[in-house]
Each structure stands twice: as C-alpha cells, then as structure tokens.
Design a binder for this molecule. Sequence first.
Ligand code: CP3
Length: 343
Amino acid sequence: MTLLLRSLALQPTPRRPLWLMRQAGRYLPEYRKVREKSGGFLAMAKTPELACEITLQPVRRFGLDAAIIFSDILTIPDALGLQLRFAEGEGPKLNNPLRAENDVAKFCARAESGGLDLEYVCAACRLAAAALPAEIPLIGFCGSPWTLACYMIDGEGGGFWRARAMRYSRPDLLHSILQTNARAAAESLCGQMQAGCKVAMIFDSWGGLLGEDYEEFSLRYIRETVAAVKAKCKTPVIVFSRQCAAHLAQTAKCGCDAVGVDWQIPLSRAREITGGKIALQGNMDPATLLADKKAVQQEALKILRDYGNAPGHIFNLGHGVDKNTPPENIQTLAETVRSHILP
Ligand code: CP3
C-alpha cells in the first residue's frame, strides 16, 4: 500500500506522506508556460492532456507522495448550467447565479433529470492515473455542498452575503440547493474514483462562515456525500472544513477517514479532540512558504514533532499554496519531511 493510503488507514509508515493543497498552480514556471499557450485556466482544466500534464508537474519537481487532479470545485456549478468564467486578474464568476426561487427550482430540476456531465474531468483522471508510478496515488476532489452553494448563490467570492442571508430568509430554498449539491458532489467523486483516483477529498473552504449553523447547513450534507461515496466506491475520504476547529470532534465523526486541519490549532490538540481514531492532514500555514529556508525547516519540524510518532499524519498545509511561493521553499519542505524518519 502507498504511504498515503497507509496513513489514511492509521497504519505505521517509515516516514510521513506529504502533498500540498493547490500544489499545481501559478507559482510554478512550468504551469505558467502551459497556461500562456492554452488560453487560460478553464481551457487547461477542460483539456484532459493539459490537465494531466499540470497534475504531474509538482509531483515530478518535488517528489511528493500524492497527486491531486488538476480541476476546480466550480466544475460542478458549470456543468449544472451556471456557466463558470475566469475574468483576467479576477477570481471565478458564475454567469447564472441562483437568486430567485425560480432559478433554484430550474437548477434542481435540471440536476435531477440531466445528471452531471464531467467527462473531461474523468478523462484527465484516467490519463493522470495511468501516467503516475504505482506508489503515487491520485486524489479526486469536489467542493462541499455548502461551499458550492456559496459560489452558486453569490456568483463570485467576496463575503458570500447572499448565501449567508438565505439561511435566515429562505432556509427551505438553501436546503434544496444543498440537497442537490450533495448528490452532484457524490456523483462527481464516484466518477473520479472510477477513473482511477484512489482517494476522495471534499473541500469545505467556507464552512467557517456558518458558526453554530455548521452542522445544519454544511456537515449534514458532507455526511450524506461521504455516505454515498462510501456506498459505491469504498475509497478513503478526506474532509477539509476550513476555520472549523471548533467543530473538529463532529467533523471527525462524519464517516470520513481523515480530516484536514488548518493552523488555528496544533495537531497535538486536534489529536486529543479526535482521540486518534481518524487520520489528520495538515497543518502548516502556507505563509511559512513565503519566508526563508530556515523558517520552512523549523516550522516543518515543529509540526512533525508536535504530531509525534503515532501513525495517521499526512503532512500538508492548512490551506492552499499561495501564488507568490518560491518553488525552492517547497523543495526545502519536501526534503525536511522526507528525511524525518519515524522510529
Ligand atoms: O490542489 C490542486 O493543485 C488541484 C487543483 C485545485 C484548483 N482549485 C485549481 C485552481 C483545487 C483542489 C481547487 C479547489 C478550489 N477551487 C477551492 C477549494 C480549496 C480552497 O482553495 O479553498 C475553491 C474555493 C476554488 C474556487 C477557485 N478557483 C478560486 C477562489 C480561484 C481563484 C483563486 C486564485 O488563486 O486565483 C480558482 C482558480 C484556480 N483553481 C486556480 C487554480 C490553480 C488559479 C487559476 C489561474 O489563474 O491559473
């Protein structure tokens, strides 16, 4: 079994597996080169050969222990008719956000009748899974039902005020969007698993906006997604709910195999909360990678030592790699984690 799968199963490993959220991207010169030639992010994501090439870039360069398929969480709203675009220098935007009751009714009906066509994502997964060596598993992913709803309702990032308000003004509408998203997320993950991914990951980047409503509007639908994936594909599932340290105990019980932890709490505390019953992924502050070599080494060692020698740690960041990260710092991180041998 690969290092990552062993850690996910809480089995001992000779050293900690390492991969990074957003390990492919603009900080890599080889990524920028492909991006220039292809005409932008969406063109790359929708061309399986390019998506495969970009997936492999960071693994080749740094010798990481997993690859994550190059795609985006917003492929689901795009496939369900909301039309994703990336304006130059801006974040993602959806042309047809869900604002009125009628938009939501049409959206849910379309999702139920038409299914989800994300064949280009599956094609990229097949290529990448075939190109990777056996010891490097491919991770497939999707956004959580709530995080997808944030973009679907507001149409763009920047506070998600409409989505947050809808849970007070029209919780019924929000619940129908979330229910539809849970089915679409599971379908998308299962498609990626059937196309060769060995691990599924759910990104709940905006779970932290919900406060005490996290269970009702996010975790409940993550639980449904995890159960649907487990019923069909049996692959391990990682759940990353950002800024949700307060809900770690509940998240750890949602049926997943690992939780992603951000840098709000030390991993040792996260382990106390979760009782060692589940693997933990994280949790270096990505800003560390904008500092110097020494800081990267020190922080990496601090995290490795803080977790201790127990099995079940997957080294990662607490959020994605920043676009201004010098690639040499990731090289330093990879060397530090690789040379930390467990007794
Ligand atoms: O991790 C990986 O290397 C795989 C690829 C991946 C991307 N997006 C590629 C991408 C993954 C796992 C995602 C997930 C994603 N996308 C999330 C959840 C994780 C998180 O970061 O919180 C979210 C919220 C999105 C939505 C999204 N896509 C935003 C907000 C942006 C703009 C941010 C930015 O950096 O410009 C994107 C675009 C995007 N997705 C880029 C990449 C590499 C940058 C595209 C480019 O301009 O080249």
